[in-house]
Design a protein around this ligand. Structure first.
Ligand code: HEC
Length: 112
């Protein structure tokens, strides 16, 4: 009886561990998952950036740069987003470095 109990405990433990780190479905087929930041750039963009840049990056409110034609490299985008520039507000107090990197990468996808 004692053994069965211990076995059950171990089984439950293993089951619990296995179940927790597999967020089935939603995670897409991204092969680079390990290399990309954990933050969801698209979500952050929709939350913080659309007001000026628009959903597709080309709205240009408050003189915001058109992100669909921007040639700015990733590293410089990260600087602009972190520190702000001109009428663009800095995001260093709103987002952590991971989130800034993720949203900067997302802006590259807006390019046509
Ligand atoms: C308050 C309006 C506003 C918000 C909110 C805003 N931006 Fe901007 N953004 C601007 C303006 C204005 C510029 C142009 C700055 C300048 O004149 O130098 C700009 C420039 C940029 C640039 C540089 C483009 C280039 O080619 O030089 C990037 C990249 C950028 N924004 C990304 C973002 C991201 C990502 C977010 C959300 C985290 C964001 N912006 C939120 C107004 C905004």
């Amino acid at each position: 009886m004692k053994h069965t109990l211990i076995f059950l405990l171990i089984a439950t433990f293993i089951y619990a561990c296995g179940g927790s780190d597999s967020p089935e479905g939603t995670k897409s087929t991204e092969q680079t998952a390990a290399a990309t930041p954990q933050a969801d750039g698209k979500k952050i963009y929709k939350q913080y950036c659309v007001t000026c840049h628009g959903l597709y990056g080309d709205m240009g409110a408050s003189g915001a740069f058109n992100l669909t034609t921007s040639e700015l490299p990733l590293a410089d985008r990260i600087v602009v987003i972190t520190k702000g520039r001109g009428a663009m507000t800095p995001f260093e107090n709103l987002l952590d470095a991971d989130e800034i990197a993720a949203v900067a990468e997302y802006t590259l996808e807006l390019k046509k």
